[in-house]
Design a binder for this molecule. Structure first.
Ligand code: PLP
Length: 384
């Protein structure tokens, strides 16, 4: 099967837990391996028959990437193409935007994407409208006459929730809608089903899930063959191809995504409530909390609240002291791994100034929740 043939798994309408385990496997034949092997190949044997040899060269395709693409595509309900990182996937989308275009971007979103849009805007004369993605009217007003609307939801690191069904329905067929679904994963929302045109994943995060591989993916509706071909051409010419070993690791990670996310999300729910009650914490940003501005919307549009939250402490010094005092929680700048991680986001010079200085983002992992809480509590208590 090639990456541009429809997935038989999606067609069977299995539940996501089953799809995560069953998609992207070799045909069940005697002595076939259960898992698609790692194929190390910079080139493939050619054929004079042009109906054969769809791979051709190592930069054009690889069976191990294709297995991962089948898995991600089946979970999102579309056709996936993988890249060397989430940022490579983001740049591939931006490469399709013409000079002079108008682009709508969340006022807080992953800083790498914001910087990439700003750089291209300056070079190609784009007009960029920054909007609060939680304000649907503002998104739709900014989208009037736009060429691309980029939504991240929940957002990094402010954990705001967009009304994807409302935005998708209003823009369908009019403006290209890209949704960065990294935080929610395909298990909590499937943007293609509510009108998005392109879904982006930093596969590096939840899908790979073990903090050991960088990868990205884009997922499109099966019918959007023209955009898919354009993205394939960008990947080929930029050489933004996933490592074969990384693709294998990410597919192995995808097998347990439902289990990991369930556990991490259950932990996050408990920790969010306890953090909200701690005197050193001024605010918890987590849509699972009934008082969160995104709660009602997330409850209506997502099938879970995820496992990333942010807490606001008094100032940068308190936040740094908190992060430095944890032991089990790893001070690191990623998310979506089995390991619980936290960091003060404004330590990065490129982070948006609208993000409070004392904001710490927590990516809750799959450890025992009481061990996670003990570590947070002993780090927070001296700051009360
Ligand atoms: N999108 C989001 C929401 C992210 O958090 C990140 C990275 O943190 C990216 C995209 C970029 O992914 P990568 O680090 O794999 O390039």
């Amino acid at each position: 099967m090639t990456s541009d043939s429809p997935s038989p798994v999606a067609a069977k309408a299995w539940r996501p837990e089953t799809v995560a385990v069953a998609a992207g496997r070799p045909a069940a034949e005697a002595d076939a391996p259960l898992n698609t092997p790692v194929t190390f190949a910079s080139t493939y044997v050619g054929s004079l028959d042009t109906t054969d040899g769809s791979l051709g060269y190592g930069r054009y395709g690889n069976p191990t990437w294709q297995a991962l693409e089948e898995g991600i595509g089946a979970l999102e309900g579309g056709q996936a193409i993988t890249f060397s990182s989430g940022m490579a996937a983001a740049h591939a989308v931006l490469e399709l935007v013409e000079p002079g275009s108008t682009v709508v971007l969340p006022d807080t979103c992953y800083l790498g994407v914001a910087a990439a849009v700003d750089q291209r805007a300056a070079r190609y004369g784009w007009t960029v409208h920054r909007v609060d993605v939680a304000d649907t009217d503002a998104v739709l007003a900014a989208a009037e006459g736009a060429d691309l609307v980029w939504v991240e939801s929940p957002t990094n690191p402010m954990i705001e929730v967009a009304d994807l069904p409302a935005i998708g329905a209003a823009l369908a067929g009019r403006v290209r809608l890209v949704v960065d679904n990294t935080f929610a994963t395909p298990l909590l929302q499937q943007p293609l089903s509510v009108g998005a045109d392109i879904v982006l994943h930093a596969v590096t995060k939840f899908i790979a899930g073990h903090s050991d591989a960088l990868l990205g993916a884009l997922v499109l509706r099966e019918s959007d063959t023209a955009t898919f071909a354009a993205l394939q051409a960008v990947r080929r010419s930029h050489g933004a191809t996933p490592g074969t070993m990384e693709a294998y690791l990410a597919l192995r990670g995808l097998r347990t995504l439902p289990l990991r996310l369930n556990q991490a999300q259950a932990n996050a729910g408990v920790l969010a409530e306890r953090l909200a009650a701690h005197p050193a914490v001024q605010r918890v940003r987590y849509p699972g909390l009934p008082g969160d501005p995104g709660h009602e919307r997330a409850a209506r549009t997502m099938s879970g609240f995820g496992s990333v939250m942010s807490v606001e402490l008094a100032d940068a010094a308190s936040a740094d002291a908190f992060v430095a005092a944890t032991g089990l929680w790893v001070f690191a700048t990623s998310l979506g791994g089995v390991e619980s991680m936290l960091e003060r986001r404004r330590r990065w010079a490129g982070e948006l100034t609208s993000v409070p200085e004392g904001l710490v983002r927590l990516s809750v992992g799959v450890e025992h929740v009481e061990d996670l809480w003990s570590d947070l509590e002993q780090a927070l208590d001296p700051l009360s």
